[in-house]
Design a protein around this ligand. Structure first.
Ligand code: PLP
Length: 353
């Protein structure tokens, strides 16, 4: 897969666009397989055991997507007529087709986020309904970390999840980018990434991790939790059509990512900062400070109406991004420093032809 650096695309639309590396493909092709619906795919079992062990959970379940993982989690925590407290911008509320309500008869109670991405303790407290037949039964608090590339402040995650526990709610983390969160937290604390991942996960009863984002696998998420919870999630996964047979060929990619791609997430974060630094000072752009691998750039003044034109200009220069008044650039393992510099040059040439 040789690529010409001058003509290959710098695809910053999302960290889902990565191609499996040759080494990952080798691991996939060498993986021992079985029928996972019978529970005998050794590679799926190894992935589940490995991640559960790393994050400090009893059990885990490999699922095709993060959406299905969140759905299985919400349905395994909640019954029909229950509700879950969730942020307005979280994937498990906004971007999953209303699945928990449609398929689980579980009502969302969305809350506004604070500037740092967290839900305010007072808002969570106020959203917990009394035991009264007028109300749905508040059963679950769901958070997402990272959220829009933001690392949730750990002390607030701890306080919110302790509040939920005190009030008898279960706690689920959409940790699609848990390892990005752990990488940013580790950079601040000096601790190991895995230690930080375990510290964040330890605040929750269940955690979902995506392998098809920055970790670079083609497909798959893993839901972790207590054994009885994972048994319920397993039944729900079957019900929504997520039981897969020789799924070890996919789990092998996720296992490979766990072993080889966690440590390099810091590079993606450095690339996002490099991009932010390179775009700083351009008139018409308000460049945010990225905490992880996602950079938002707001178009201001006269540039505000020019996003379509800018995206087309970038595309003509081999750089892909997404957005409207706010552009989104996401770094990942298929973008190197040279690609970032090409993106910077392409944006600069739009504003100063
Ligand atoms: C991508 C993502 C998911 C799930 O995505 P799938 O495309 O269904 O795998 C869930 N939560 C967050 C925060 C995500 O970014």
């Amino acid at each position: 897969m040789a690529s010409n650096p001058e003509t290959s695309l710098v695809d910053l639309r999302s960290d889902t666009v990565t191609q499996p590396t040759l080494a990952m493909r080798d691991a996939m092709s060498a993986a021992p397989l079985g029928d996972d619906v019978f529970g005998d795919d050794p590679t799926v079992n190894a992935l589940q055991t490995t991640l559960a062990g790393q994050l400090g959970f009893e059990a885990a379940l490999f699922v095709p997507t993060g959406t299905q993982s969140n759905l299985c989690a919400i349905m395994a925590h909640c019954q029909r007529g229950d509700e879950y407290i969730v942020g307005q911008m979280q994937h498990a509320y906004r971007w999953e087709g209303g699945g928990a309500a449609v398929l689980g008869s579980v009502q969302p109670q969305p809350l506004e986020h604070q500037a740092d991405g967290m839900l305010a303790l007072a808002d969570i407290e106020a959203a917990i309904k009394p035991d009264d037949p007028h109300f749905a039964r508040t059963r679950l608090l769901a958070l997402e970390n990272t959220l829009g590339g933001k690392l949730l402040p750990f002390d607030q995650v701890l306080a919110a999840t302790q509040l939920a526990q005190r009030r008898g709610l279960a706690r689920h983390l959409d940790g699609a980018r848990l390892f990005n969160a752990a990488t940013a937290q580790a950079a601040a604390s000096g601790d190991e990434v895995l230690h930080e991942a375990r510290r964040i996960a330890g605040c929750f009863d269940s955690v979902s991790v995506c392998f098809s984002k920055g970790l670079g696998a083609p497909v798959g998420s893993v839901l972790c939790g207590p054994r009885d919870f994972i048994q319920r999630a397993h039944r729900i996964r079957k019900m929504v059509g997520g039981g897969m047979r020789q799924a070890g060929v996919l789990a092998a990619a996720a296992l490979f990512a766990l072993e080889n791609h966690v440590d390099r997430l810091a590079e993606d974060h450095a690339h996002a900062r490099r991009l932010a630094d390179g775009l700083a000072g351009i008139e018409g752009l308000n460049v945010q400070t990225p905490q992880t691998n996602i950079l938002f750039v707001e178009l201001t003044g006269a540039a505000r109406e020019r996003s379509a034109e800018l995206l087309a200009h970038l595309k003509a220069h081999g750089v892909l991004a997404l957005g409207l008044y706010q552009l989104r650039f996401v770094t990942h393992l298929d973008v190197d420093a040279a690609g970032i510099d090409r993106a910077i040059a392409a944006v600069r040439s739009f504003f100063k032809p």
